[in-house]
Design a protein around this ligand. Sequence first.
Ligand code: GUN
Length: 283
Amino acid sequence: MTAHIIDGNALAAKIRAEVSGRTAALKARGIQPALSIILVGEDPASQVYTKHKVNDSTETGLAATLERYPADMTEAALVKRIHELNQDPAVHGILVQLPLPKHLDAQKVIETISPAKDVDGFHVASAGALMVGRPGFWPCTPYGCMKMLESIGYDLRGKNAVVIGRSNIVGKPMAMMLLAKDATVTICHSRTRDLKSFTLNADVVVAAVGKRNVLTADMVKPGAVVIDVGMNRNDEGKLCGDVDFAGVSQVAGWITPVPGGVGPMTRAMLLANTLEAAETATA
Ligand code: GUN
């Protein structure tokens, strides 16, 4: 068997087009959807990511502002700035790029963001809303994974879903989203014994560990849907996921590639969340 590819680039382009259309409708009412991004320090990867977020926003008609602060910024100053943005009716989404410098308490900082502007979905109120099925922002990566499953018309009801990874940003919210669609969900992690015994029984596997070859062909049920959240480098320095793509694509029914899979979807869902924040605030 050779798996069908779930093309994250194509689906993200569709979502961006939809966001552009709805943004234009808001603008016609005199509302400019706006995202404020805060970057503290000089982390090279964060500089690249935030630049992408600004460019993605601008290309879809959203206004994005990147505010850069020195690595020694105090927590009090950062919290004060977030409070100002919370109060500013012209700002609909607020994103604090992670990781923050060590002296800043990231969770505390995130929890100063108004949940109505928490377009990353990292606030404890957003996590709680997802857990109990109330409206709120969903973290962009698992949200993008759900859109990918939706794009192939996959019915999760009663299916076995295995999430490998238990982070607050991907693994845990992913499990909640799958559960909300009536899948039987198992969360596996670094202390899981005999990972293969779980994945072999899974109709859907989401790999979100950050380690190459966590999922190999011998661990996958024929026809399963495999979603690869990983972003790693192989020995040649090429971007690769957590899944052994060459092997697993011979067994799976559907698979997401890296690059060109979950990555572009994560970026697209931030735009969708920002637009939704603007629509909700101005409804
Ligand atoms: N750092 C790496 N990924 C992310 C993300 O999705 N949001 C934020 N705020 N920081 C990140």
